[in-house]
Design a protein around this ligand. Sequence first.
Ligand code: SF4
Length: 232
Amino acid sequence: MEFPTTGLPAAANEAADSPADPPADPPADCPLCPRLVAFHRANRMAFPTFFNAPVPSFGPTDGRLLIVGLAPGLRGANQTGRPFTGDYAGDLLYSTLRDHGFSRGTYDRRADDGLELVDCRITNAVRCVPPENKPVGAEVSACRPFLARTIAGMPSLQVILALGSLAHGATLAALGQRKSAFKFGHCVVYALPEGRTLVSSYHCSRYNTNTGKLTTEMFHSVFGTIRALLDG
Ligand code: SF4
């Protein structure tokens, strides 16, 4: 399969050569990662009511904030078809977004719960659920053009929040930046080209909160930093 490249940074062009507008979301039958395609196929048998396809981004494209996660969780976004929806990570993320004014409505772990994001969009570095929640490097690279297009498709974008070191590295690669110049850490803040800012955080996974690596207070502090960056 070939994907178009018009208007994309060089880092986004690995899979495309058509002059048509490029898709920021992968097609439902994206074939680029054989291991993940096979995992979807197996999951369609095991969980026929699940979404079981590449998960599209969620939220307005004119938002000033883009949140980049790792990949859909098997029983989270892979089940519901909306990023971070249906599992613990989403419970923490969406409650935090509400408290900081980035959502409207009630989050109810369903893609049709009516929740709206405000000034904010959510995506994943890898759009297909990986076994054991661990994509391999080739899969992160294969999905990078979609992340680059998602970023390029947000004309008002000011802040990118990367959740976890994989999303941090994938975001930098999608922007054509060297990862070595932007060391990952919790609540690190880096200036990016075009006046944008990268904020990174430990991922809001149940594992990180259960082990105390990330507390609710730490996560709220990240969003307090983002609010200050956006609104001064
Ligand atoms: S992870 Fe991305 S590139 Fe790989 S098959 Fe899924 S949508 Fe395609």
